[in-house]
Ligand binder design. Structure first.
Ligand code: GLU
Length: 429
């Protein structure tokens, strides 16, 4: 790779600056990617919204006897390539626009990794932190009953996302199999291993993030030894990223959860933090000297890994970020305005749709294993995913160089192109 590539690889350039709405931002990025690829507006019209969106109301009998009605969504972006695929999040801030944007991002991830899927996403407006296990189970089962007509192993395959986990996948699998009167492990991924889950799925997103980070570190000519990383978020992805980096010999100088952040320039004791964290990734409550999430993002480090929610890196803090590499483990952590600032400052961004796609890639492996009834070793899963991640990062860096666009725009171009081609072949566009 040429020496000036890192300059052009600095993400953010070429994307229009917009407001903070994730859906509008995604649509504008999509429009730009399609126009760079030479497609007419008709193609954008087909891809700018999910082909199908379902809103459901789910009555749940709470433990105290009263019935609460929850609102849930499932957005299926595009099924020109194959069934749609994507996680389900349980979070109080879920909105329809967010779920739609997340479904578009899932399409782009699947396109980049050549998975035979389109993107989908689901969400339920709820706060599982305030719900008992039995209430969560009734909600998970109620959601599957509400969406059962539009999902299935050859239609739309759900998976975990924010605040959902193998236990919730197991209840959903059980409910779907009951409705269909047929055992259907290939209906959902991220299941416990004993129920047909894939080895390596739990850490797949985090592993992929670290593999992608290593490629960026190489491009920047940095050494692993002495590298300092900050990880925002300590849930399934953030916690595992911090652990893997620690095992690799990277000094993890900062971590955070929804309540605050810890920073120590000499490095944090990640194994101890992992031992103390609860099932919602909360850990800072046990420590003194807690700073805010906003303060953490701007502390000195080489690599910043946002692994929490959307819109964390904004025009307000982008100027102060000290990292020279940002690897987006979360979906949508950087706003377009921040992207522009970071681009001017030549910060190298490994965009979300690339960096966190190890999760859906191993979900695909899980579905393949369920379809075949033939299970792989953890080594097979890991080496296949890692190979795909390295190739995808290199493809996007190369694309960014060839078209002289940001890594994010290159990722959108590479990820959306198969959908445009598939729709042409099918005669949709
Ligand atoms: N929720 C994850 C994501 O945003 C994984 C989706 C899947 O495994 O299907 O990529």
């Amino acid at each position: 790779m040429s020496t000036n590539v890192t300059k052009r690889l600095a993400a953010g350039a070429n994307l229009p600056a917009l407001g903070e709405n994730v859906l509008t931002n995604t649509q504008e990025a999509l429009r730009e990617a399609l126009s760079r690829l030479g497609y007419q507006n008709e193609m954008y019209e087909l891809l700018r919204e999910p082909l199908r969106v379902l809103t459901v109301r789910i009555p749940v009998r709470m433990d105290d006897g009263h019935v609460e009605v929850f609102t849930g969504y499932r957005a299926q972006h595009n099924d020109a390539i194959g069934p749609t695929k994507g996680g389900i999040r349980f979070h109080p801030d879920v909105t329809l626009d967010e779920v739609k944007a997340l479904s578009i991002w899932m399409s782009i991830k699947c396109g980049i990794f050549n998975l035979p899927y389109g993107g989908a996403k689901g969400g339920i407006i709820c706060d599982p932190r305030t719900m008992s296990v039995t209430e969560q189970e009734r909600l998970a089962r109620g959601y599957v009953r509400a969406i059962s007509q539009v999902v299935g192993p050859a239609k739309d395959i759900p998976a975990p996302d924010v605040h959902t986990n193998p236990q919730i996948m197991a209840w959903m699998y059980d409910e779907y199999s009951r409705i269909r009167e047929s055992d259907s492990p290939n209906f959902i991924t991220g299941k416990p291993i004993v129920l047909g889950g894939s080895r390596g799925r739990d850490k797949a997103t985090a592993k992929g993030v670290c593999v992608a980070m290593m490629e960026a570190v190489k491009v920047r000519g940095l050494e692993l030894k002495g590298l300092k990383a900050i990880v925002q978020g300590f849930g399934n992805v953030g916690g595992n990223v911090a652990s893997i980096l620690h095992e690799m010999g990277v000094t993890v100088v900062g971590v955070s959860d929804a309540g605050g952040a810890l920073y120590n320039p000499a490095g944090l004791d990640v194994p101890e933090l992992m031992e103390r964290r609860d099932s919602f990734g909360m850990v800072t409550t046990y420590y003194d000297g807690v700073i805010s999430n906003e303060e953490l993002l701007v502390q000195p480090c080489d690599v910043l890994i946002p692994a929490a929610l959307e819109s964390q890196i904004t025009a307000e803090n982008a100027h102060q970020i000290q990292a020279s590499i940002i690897v987006e483990a979360a979906n949508g952590p950087t706003t377009p305005a921040a992207d522009e600032i970071l681009s001017e400052r030549e910060v190298l961004i490994v965009p979300d749709v690339l960096a966190n796609a190890g999760g859906v890639t191993v979900s695909y492996f899980e579905w393949v294993q369920n379809n075949q009834g033939w299970y792989w070793t953890e080594e097979e899963v890991e080496s296949r995913m890692e190979g795909m991640m390295v190739r995808s990062v290199q493809n996007i860096f190369r694309m960014s160089e060839r078209y002289e666009v940001s890594t994010r725009l290159a990722a959108y171009m590479l990820g959306i192109r198969p959908f445009a081609e598939a729709m042409r072949w099918r005669g949709w566009a």
